[in-house]
Design a protein around this ligand. Structure first.
Ligand code: GSH
Length: 99
């Protein structure tokens, strides 16, 4: 089972782009599902996954739900030691002020 990534539109949501880039950049297999940020049902759509009601959200192959970009980075880096932890952290932390 692959990772499942729940994000908004990467064109408008840099948070969503960050989540997507972490998996894509390190060739980690995943399926992504885009949730409409401005549909009016965003919070309801996210309710089963995360109390924060924010994207990105990662569902691991073991079924664990991880929300918060830095937590996703840490989870991926632990599970995929070949992916450079420092680089992933940099993606999150350097872009955080622009969220
Ligand atoms: N601290 C969160 C921030 C995520 C975030 O702000 N996501 C935005 C993406 S546009 C969101 O879901 N906003 C919807 C809302 O706050 O209702 C993280 O690190 O992932």
């Amino acid at each position: 089972m692959a990772y499942e990534l729940y994000i908004g539109d990467r064109t408008f949501s840099s948070w969503s782009l960050r989540g997507w880039l972490m998996l894509k950049s390190f060739d980690i297999p995943f399926k992504s599902q885009m949730l409409g940020l401005y549909t009016g049902s965003f919070e309801k759509d996210l309710a089963p996954f995360a109390p924060t009601r924010q994207v990105p959200i990662l569902k691991t192959p073991k079924g664990h739900i991880v929300f918060n970009t830095l937590a996703i980075a840490e989870t991926l880096a632990e599970a995929h030691p070949s992916a450079a932890l420092a680089a992933i952290r940099a993606i999150c932390q350097n872009s955080a002020p622009y969220g």
